[in-house]
Design a protein around this ligand. Structure first.
Ligand code: 99T
Length: 205
């Protein structure tokens, strides 16, 4: 029976990270999904009541307390199962969390660009800012491709989940980027991990 409620949208890559972890750790039955639609200019009252930042994911626990953001929720849920932790302890921890943070930086920039192009009126857009956000995405992808492929491939944990959700989100919102052609190592890795049941069950809509 579900004891927790997750504010959810199928397009959100931050929510997807949480959903992938729930699948990977066998906890999907513990969480009921509360579907919401929201943007910075059209917030969800239900989300705002639980998270003043107005962002998802937010996770309401059985005792009514609420956790956010996705990093905190992943850490909490990873402490709720008995399998191998997806946020490793010991010396690997800080490197894996740093790679996860870089994947989140791709997402932060991509979500800002989505709002910039989808929400902001055309006459108010700022090309240099847009280019700066796009550069963050492309620098991060180049770094993963050049320096981190073996590391990312070594296990499907918090870092790999973050990168997989980031690449999935680029497919959804930036199909014109052509990241597979530019970063073939990442493309090969993603082709494999995208087959995992946790990734298949959480494809963005
Ligand atoms: O910014 C807002 O007001 C509403 N946006 C969100 O809630 C987005 C949804 S992805 N979530 C975040 O930005 C969460 C970031 C946070 N640091 C975390 O949880 O890690 C929407 C994507 C889309 O619609 O394309």
């Amino acid at each position: 029976m579900s004891t927790m409620t997750l504010f959810h949208s199928p397009a959100s890559p931050f929510v997807r990270k949480v959903m992938v972890l729930l699948h990977e750790t066998g906890q999907t039955d513990r969480v009921a999904l509360h579907e919401v639609q929201l943007t910075p200019v059209a917030p969800s009252a239900a989300v705002v009541a639980d998270n003043p930042a107005g962002k998802i994911p937010a996770l309401r626990l059985a005792d009514g307390s609420v956790l956010h953001d996705s990093r905190v929720i992943l850490d909490y849920l990873d402490n709720q199962h008995v399998g191998e932790p997806l946020i490793p302890a010991g010396s690997a921890r800080w490197r894996r969390l740093t790679l996860a943070s870089l994947a989140d930086a791709i997402l932060d920039a991509a979500v800002l660009l989505r709002y910039e192009t989808f929400l902001r009126p055309e006459d108010k857009r700022w090309d240099a800012w847009t280019a700066g956000q796009q550069d963050k995405i492309e620098r991060a992808l180049a770094y993963f491709e050049r320096d981190c492929l073996a590391e990312i491939d070594s296990r499907f944990d918090v870092a790999a989940i973050g990168l997989a959700c980031a690449l999935g989100y680029l497919d959804l919102r930036q199909p014109q980027l052509g990241w597979r052609e530019r970063f073939p190592g990442l493309a090969g890795w993603y082709a494999d991990v995208a087959q995992r049941p946790s990734m298949q069950a959480t494809q963005p809509k």
